[in-house]
Design a protein around this ligand. Structure first.
Ligand code: IMP
Ligand code: MG
Length: 182
């Protein structure tokens, strides 16, 4: 399965340049504030690692791990929290970092859950965004790339846990079963 060919959609240099740009904006926007960057596992681990190393501010890093109920392609909107934050975010400036926003249901759920803890602010940063797939209106303050409604892998994103390590974002060639792995 690892051998399935993957067409490059966003190459490493393009990713690099965009991550740099997002980090520059975050650095400007969060100067003098109390930044906690929260990666959503597992998909955001590569993006978050690249991003935090370019933000030139004091910050803390934490993670949440979630999974959607069921194995269907479509997120049900009911999210199971597998690992919660270690850090108390009350009164702090939280930036949620996600790999991709598809229907938006996952982030909508998580953002609501975290807002109940009364952070000073809570914004969303996502590497990829599929605007056409959106089911709930969520504001993505920092967005890397808008992409069409395609199933993509690499740079943290998986298909059935494979391909996360690819240094680029790609589209699996052949077969429609690739859409079943969300
Ligand atoms: P949403 O709740 O529909 O926005 O789904 C978001 C989650 O679905 C992401 O965090 C990914 O884990 C997964 N996902 C959505 N689209 C893709 C994709 O194209 N490739 C890999 N995972 C995806
Ligand atoms: Mg994910």
């Amino acid at each position: 399965m690892e051998k399935r060919p993957c067409r490059v959609l966003i190459g490493r240099r393009e990713l690099d340049a965009r991550v740099e740009e997002l980090a520059r904006r975050i650095t400007e926007d969060y100067r003098g504030r109390d930044l906690v960057m929260v990666g959503i596992l597992k998909g955001a681990f590569v993006f978050l690692a690249d991003l935090v190393r370019r933000v030139e501010l004091p910050l803390e890093v934490d993670f949440v791990a979630v999974s959607s109920y069921g194995k269907e392609t479509q997120t049900s909107g009911v999210v199971r929290v597998i690992k919660d934050l270690d850090i108390d975010i009350r009164g702090r400036d939280v930036l949620l970092v996600e790999d991709i926003v598809d229907t938006g249901l996952t982030l909508d759920y998580l953002a609501r859950m975290l807002r109940q803890r009364e952070p000073a602010s809570l914004e969303i940063c996502a590497l990829l965004n599929k605007p056409e797939a959106r089911k709930v209106d969520i504001e993505v303050r920092y967005c890397g790339f808008d992409i069409p409604t395609l199933f993509v892998v690499g740079y943290g994103l998986d298909y059935a846990e494979h391909y996360r390590h690819l240094p680029y974002v790609g589209v699996l060639e052949e077969g429609s079963e690739a859409r079943e792995g969300a």
